[in-house]
Design a protein around this ligand. Structure first.
Ligand SMILES: Nc1ncnc2c1ncn2[C@@H]1O[C@H](COP(=O)(O)OP(=O)(O)OP(=O)(O)O)[C@@H](O)[C@H]1O
Length: 374
């Protein structure tokens, strides 16, 4: 556990970067520091590895103050990842990752073998280990930065806006990768970001910092979104917090309708009869493996000759789908809002349709999980 007790930093020019921070970051969990620019997140983070010395209070790891450790040795025992990776440009990727093990006296062969394993762990190929950092993409460099921080298997990982210099798609991939790694490694992670979505996705606990280096709120993401402590936090997390909060409710609780799904081998006449029986204005057409093909409206079916099978009829794209077992109500809502038929398509792990849910039925389900302020 990392403990800040009244930890503060006042610079000689009078700037208070961090003001009396009290916070416990639990072992094996990810604690995210968010807040506006200049609110003291980086300063607080760097107190842990003594890149910044507090001017008041203490920071300790598992009950031992960090000041009891030699700073250089302390830093070797704490992984540190920064924006744009901070790799050594004149060393190969493999040697970058092997840096700390070498400093710890592991010997070249063992250090490189470990570096090779880590590159694989973060999803890079062995051949990329022989390249220099500038020969990799931004996202790949960030992966190397993570591998380097993990090289000596430190129990604590400090990550300072590690993914903010890459595009949103790469960033999402890196976040997913970190979640996967953390599921295996259970490090005690402190993670600084500006991005509340990133914080909600990655954090077991979120500390919101306000200007002046003060802690505005520290809570698990669900609670932060449901009960922001004050107007500053509410504004910071954004007014769409009600929708964000739906990320914490599983889509598996939804009642899906299977009777709005029709096989592509059916005729237009059979499909129209189904639409009339169920009162559904749209039917989802699926193939023999129940994979979605597209939507067809009851009106269109009425215009199509009754004997024609649906595999020869033009369909409306089915849009986004959601995964019934793993996605949240937020993903289902998003799929329904974007759907041309106003219905979200739920699929299983194989991509086969489980059923569909209308915007109206989603509204009822959202109502039943409680109002955002509940
Ligand atoms: N060496 C220094 N001397 C004086 N003031 C400093 C020094 N280093 C940082 N500060 C100030 O301390 C405050 C906190 O800075 P810090 O970098 O911790 O904020 P941050 O929340 O991480 O910001 P950002 O999100 O922009 O990176 C800022 O007002 C900054 O200008």
């Amino acid at each position: 556990m990392i403990t800040f007790e009244g930890a503060g930093k006042r610079y000689p020019d009078g700037t208070v970067a961090v003001d009396g921070l009290d916070l416990e970051a639990p072992t094996g969990r990810t604690t995210v520091f968010v807040g506006s620019s200049g609110s003291g997140k980086t300063t607080a983070l760097r107190m842990v590895n003594r890149m910044v010395e507090p001017t008041s209070g203490t920071v300790s790891i598992d009950g031992q103050s960090v000041t009891e450790h030699d700073p250089a040795l302390l830093r070797r025992s704490i992984g540190y990842v920064i924006q744009q990776a901070g790799l050594f440009p004149h060393r190969t990727v493999l040697d970058n990752v092997a840096t700390v093990p070498l400093l710890l006296g592991w010997g070249r062969r063992k250090a490189r073998a470990r570096a090779g394993e880590l590159l694989e762990l973060v999803g890079l190929e062995a051949a990329q280990g022989r390249r220099y950092p500038h020969q990799l993409s931004g996202g790949q460099q960030q992966r190397v930065g993570v591998a380097r921080a993990l090289a000596a298997d430190p129990p604590v990982l400090l990550m300072d806006e590690p993914f903010s210099a890459v595009d949103p798609v790469v960033r999402t991939g890196l976040q997913d990768e970190l979640i996967r790694l953390q599921g295996e490694l259970h490090k005690t992670i402190l993670f600084v970001t500006h991005d509340i979505d990133e914080a909600v996705k990655l954090g077991d606990g979120i500390a919101v910092f306000r200007p002046g280096g003060r802690l505005a709120q520290y809570a698990p993401p669900e609670r932060l979104l449901a009960e922001p402590a004050d107007e500053f936090v509410e504004r910071f997390i954004g007014y769409d917090r009600g929708v964000r909060r739906l990320s914490f409710f599983p889509a598996s609780a939804l009642q899906l309708r299977g009777d709005a799904v029709v096989d592509h081998g059916s005729t237009a006449g059979e499909a129209l009869a189904l639409a009339e029986r169920t009162g559904e204005p749209w039917l989802l057409v699926a193939d023999g493996a129940r994979r979605p093909l597209g939507w067809i409206s009851a009106d269109e079916l009425a215009r199509t000759s009754a004997g024609r099978t649906l595999d020869g009829v033009e369909l409306v794209g089915y849009g986004h789908i959601f995964h019934v077992r793993t996605d949240s109500l937020r993903a289902a809502l998003d799929a329904a809002v974007l759907s041309p038929a106003g219905c979200a398509v739920g699929v299983d792990a194989e991509g086969a349709v489980v059923g569909v849910v209308s915007q109206a039925d989603l509204g009822t389900a959202i109502w039943s999980v409680g109002s955002p302020d509940g």
